[in-house]
Structure formats: structure tokens, C-alpha cells
Design a protein around this ligand. Sequence first.
Ligand code: NAD
Length: 391
Amino acid sequence: MIIEPKTRGFICTTAHPEGCRENVRRQIEYVKSQPAIDSAQKVLVIGASAGYGLASRISMAFSGKAATIGIIFDKPASGKRTASAGWYNTAALEEFAHEEGLYAKTINGDAFSHAVKEETIALIKQDLGKVDMVIYSLAAPRRTMEDGTVYSSVLKTTGESYTNKTIDLASRKVSDVTIPPATEEEIANTVKVMGGEDWMDWIKALKEADAIEDSAVTVAYSYIGPELTHPMYTNGSIGMAKNHLFQTSKEISGQLGIEAYISVNKALVTQSSAAIPIVPLYITVLYKIMKEQGNHEGCIEQMYRLYHDKLQKDSVETDEEGMIRLDDLEMLPQVQDEVMKVWKTICDENIEQAADIDGYWEDFYRMFGFRLDNVDYAKDTDPNVDILSLK
Ligand code: NAD
């Protein structure tokens, strides 16, 4: 069939297999053009099919030559529906890995569940013995507990309601938006979904099953950003969950003896970040400035730099609180001073000059495998693609 993008709000309900494959190929090409990562060799990536998790897996596999197991929650094609982008990304990743003789297997299911943890542990024990790195990169809107209770995360501020500028990316119009504060229950639910409880459960389960090396490291991802995003992020409901994630890193290190780190990453267009109010306007301004200054990075550049430069085998570069700061370039005064200057005056009249809206849309469509210059979208394409290890 001819596969075209069908967008609804922040999501695209179709994905292009050839485009997703090309995205993965380009990320592999990038890490292979850089000096090799010398790090863990048996890596479990939880949330491995898109964004930062996919880029982490590509970095560790194709630069670090690690064996990888990826946990994904994606849908294959069915009837006239294409598969999800994460499905196609993973199919391509495994195909490229096998071509290079690299071990790469995938489990498709809910990472929060006991069943997926058990299945993963059985696979590790059967194929790898133990893992020496666990990358926790879940970005989930909800979590279903074993008893069927469902917790949903919210993207709201806390305390007082908060008003600031936002952008409707479709109409390219800037307007004020007021974000209501989350209730105590909504905050607790967001912490349940995006906090550290499940990360802790994973490491505990691996440890109890003797499926993780004592010398292993584990890393989860967070965001801090500048003051203008604090009411929505750091001091918002998601920030409360990220605080919990940070506390959990201390508990994993202290109680389980597995070195656990938080890497504070740059704000980027992914399926998750597009849904946060105010943040997309900030991202478009940030992109414009960082591209002009020549210090813009995408997921793959960030993750390569994490595993090559910051989280090395024998030395880990952290700030005084113990967090790895991959947002170092985003937070440079030369970047943030410029963002603030632009933010004060941004409006419908100057939006095209002040913000990189085209760049945003380019990244958005690419996440689903569209608008890549070397993919023939007019060609009849089979949406049914297998992931080798799930065949
Ligand atoms: P993403 O939406 O691109 O990827 C999330 C991944 O999690 C996908 O592979 C998805 O399939 C998987 N997933 C979701 N629910 C799952 C489940 N129940 N079981 C198994 N897999 C599941 O998100 P992202 O932006 O790459 O976010 C990853 C992490 O990075 C998050 O912790 C996020 O807060 C953090 N982060 C993101 C940004 C940003 O700007 N995007 C910045 C800093 C930190």
C-alpha cells in the first residue's frame, strides 16, 4: 500500500517501515562515524523502541558492540493499519544487528508487568547469563498494576495554576495557556507511573534471579531545563515523579549495591515531550538558537555522548548532586540568555523568525518515518514487517 502520514494532535497514527528503517540506519551510521564506546557488553534497554531508549540501544550495540535485549510495547501491522514506528524501528535494528553478527533480541509487552520481567529474566539467563547494564527509558502515560488498577500520569503544574505562552504547532499561533495544578491524587498517580518504583522492581527482580552482575550500572533519564519550564516540568507533576526517580537511584545504589545514575538529558521532540504544554514552544525556540550556535544535538548525539564521554567504564562524570548532565549545552548561558530574550517578545508576527517550527515538524514526521529525502513514498510498501526475534 501507499503509506501516508495521518496526524491527530501530537500523534501520527501511521508509520512508514522504510522511513523508520532509514532513521535507524542513519543513527547507526552516526555512531559508527565516532570513536567506539568501550563500556558494558550485555545491556538491557527498557523502553527501547523510540526516542532516547532507541538511541541508547543503537549506541551500545553499534558503537559499543554490546549484546542488547530491548523491551518494547508496540503494535505490529494488522489489516490496513501500519505497525507503530517503534515496531518498525526495532525490526530494522535487529536486522542491522544480525548483519553485523551482534546479538539483539526483543520482548514486546508491558514493562510494568511481572510477566514481562519474568520473560526477560529467563531470556537473559538462557542467552547472556547476566546483564552488566540496565537502561531504563520508559515514557508511559499509564501503568496497569497486577490487580488491574490503572494509574494515569498527568502533565500539570503543582501549587497555583500557571499561565505562560504556548504554541499550537498546527496553526503556528502563539497564545497564553493556563495550566491547572494537579491534585494530590494526580501527583501520586504520576509518581506511580513515571517515578522510580518500577525501576527498583526491575533491578530487584534481576538481582534476586542472579541475572545482573554486581559491577553492573543502571541509568534512567530525567529533565530539568530552565526556569521558564519549571512550573510545567521540574515543579510540575512530572517533576515530582522525576524527584522520586532520583531518590530511587540512591536507593538502588545503597540497598541493592548496583550503581544507579540519573542522566539529565536535553529537551527534544519525541512522542512524549510533544504532549507537554508550553514545552514545545520552548523547544522550537531552543532548536533555532542551538542550530544557529552550532551546538544542537538530537537523541543519537546525546546518547552517544552519554555512553562515550560521561558514563564510562571506570569514571562517571556527574554534578555535585550525582547527576549526569547531558543538558550541559542546552543550559549554557549563551543559549539560555538568548532563549529568554526571544521568549519575552515572541508572538504570531515574529514566530517564523524566532522559532524553528519547520525543524519541529521535520523531527515530528521523521519519528514516524516520513519526509526522509531518500525514501520513495510513492512506492507500494508492505506494512507487514517481522521483528526477527519475535517471529
Ligand atoms: P519516547 O516516547 O520516545 O519513548 C518511550 C519508550 O517507552 C518507547 O519505546 C515506548 O514504546 C516505551 N514504552 C512506553 N510504555 C511502555 C510500557 N508499558 N512497556 C514497555 N515499553 C513502554 O520517550 P522519550 O522522550 O525518549 O523518553 C524516554 C525517557 O527520557 C523518559 O524518562 C523521559 O522523561 C526522558 N527524557 C525525555 C526528554 C525529551 O525531551 N524527550 C528529555 C529528558 C528526559
